[in-house]
Design a protein. Structure first.
Lengths: 139, 131
C-alpha cells in the first residue's frame, strides 16, 4: 500500500479505500485476516485510532467481521458486495466525467484498449516489487 | 509518550500558551516529520470558559467538536462530554475524551470517535513523561 495520503478525505477513509482495493484486486481474499491495528499503525505511522476508524467503517459496510480474541477477517461475499457497490459508484460518479473526456478527445475504443493493455503490462512489472506490502506481512 | 506492545510509539505534547489561557495538546506518531499536510497530527486546545473547562479538537475529518469537562471527586480524572461541533460531520467526529492522572509522570487518555451511523470507536493511550 502506498504510504502517501491525500487531503481529499480523512486518512481513515483512505485506509478503508486501500483495503477495499486490495479485496477487489484479490490481494486480500475472503476469510483472510486483516493485519492488527498496531501493525498498521506502526507500519504507516498513523494514529491507532485512525486505523480503528478505518476498520470500523469496513465492519459497518459488512465487508469484514470481528472475531473476538482472534482478529478481523474478510467476510464471505465481501468481494461480490464490493463489486456491486463500486460498479454503481463508478458508473454514477466517475464514468460521466471519463466518458465526457473520451468524447472530447475523440479517443476510439481501439486506442483505449491499447492503452489499457500497456497499463496492464506495466502494472505486472511493478507488482513484482510490491511484495513488501504490510497487509501481507501477517499472513 | 505512549508505547504499544509492538513498539508503536505515539507522542503527545502538552504545552501552555497564550499567557496561561490555553493548553495545546498535540498528538503524533513518533518519527513522523512535522508535516501536517502529510500526517495526521490532531490538535486539541483546552481552555477555561467561565467556570467550565472546554476543549476544542481540530480533526482531520475537517470538523471541530467542543467538549465540556467534568471531574471526578478525587480530581484525578477529567472526562469530556460532547457539547457541539462546527464543520461537516459526514466522516464522523471526535465525541468523548477521558484524561486520567496516574502520577506526576504518567497519565492515560481515552478518545472516542463517533463514526457515521453513530457507532463509537475507542482508543486508549498510556503515557509517560519523557521530558
Amino acid at each position: 500500500m502506498d504510504r502517501e495520503w491525500n487531503d481529499s478525505q480523512p486518512i481513515y477513509r483512505q485506509l478503508r479505500d486501500r483495503v477495499v482495493a486490495m479485496i477487489l484486486d484479490g490481494v486480500l481474499k475472503e476469510g483472510d485476516p486483516l493485519p492488527s491495528v498496531r501493525n498498521v499503525a506502526a507500519e504507516y505511522r498513523v494514529n491507532p485510532l485512525t486505523v480503528l476508524k478505518g476498520y470500523q467503517q469496513l465492519v459497518d459496510e459488512g465487508l469484514v467481521e470481528t472475531k473476538r480474541g482472534l482478529g478481523i477477517f474478510i467476510n464471505t461475499g465481501a468481494r461480490k458486495l464490493l463489486l456491486q457497490g463500486e460498479r454503481q459508484k463508478f458508473l454514477a460518479e466517475e464514468w460521466p466525467r471519463v466518458h465526457a473526456t473520451i468524447q472530447r478527445l475523440g479517443l476510439t475504443p481501439d486506442e483505449l484498449e491499447a492503452a489499457a493493455k500497456r497499463r496492464s503490462s506495466s502494472d505486472g512489472a511493478q507488482s513484482k516489487t510490491a511484495e513488501s506490502n504490510p497487509l501481507n506481512k501477517e499472513r | 509518550m505512549h508505547e504499544m506492545g509492538d513498539g508503536t510509539v505515539m507522542q503527545i505534547s502538552l504545552r501552555v500558551t497564550s499567557r496561561g489561557n490555553a493548553l495545546v495538546h498535540e498528538m503524533k506518531e513518533a518519527g513522523t516529520a512535522d508535516d501536517p499536510a502529510r500526517y495526521d497530527h490532531p490538535l486539541t486546545m483546552l481552555y477555561l470558559d467561565g467556570d467550565r473547562l472546554l476543549l476544542t479538537h481540530y480533526c482531520d475529518a475537517g470538523n471541530r467538536p467542543r467538549m465540556v469537562a467534568r471531574t471526578s471527586t478525587d480530581g484525578k480524572t477529567v472526562e469530556f462530554d460532547f457539547l457541539d461541533v462546527s464543520g461537516g460531520t459526514q466522516f464522523g467526529h471526535m465525541h468523548h475524551a477521558v484524561f486520567t492522572i496516574i502520577d506526576a509522570n504518567h497519565h492515560s487518555e481515552e478518545w472516542s470517535y463517533m463514526m457515521p451511523g453513530d457507532k463509537l470507536v475507542h482508543a486508549h493511550f498510556d503515557l509517560k513523561r519523557t521530558q
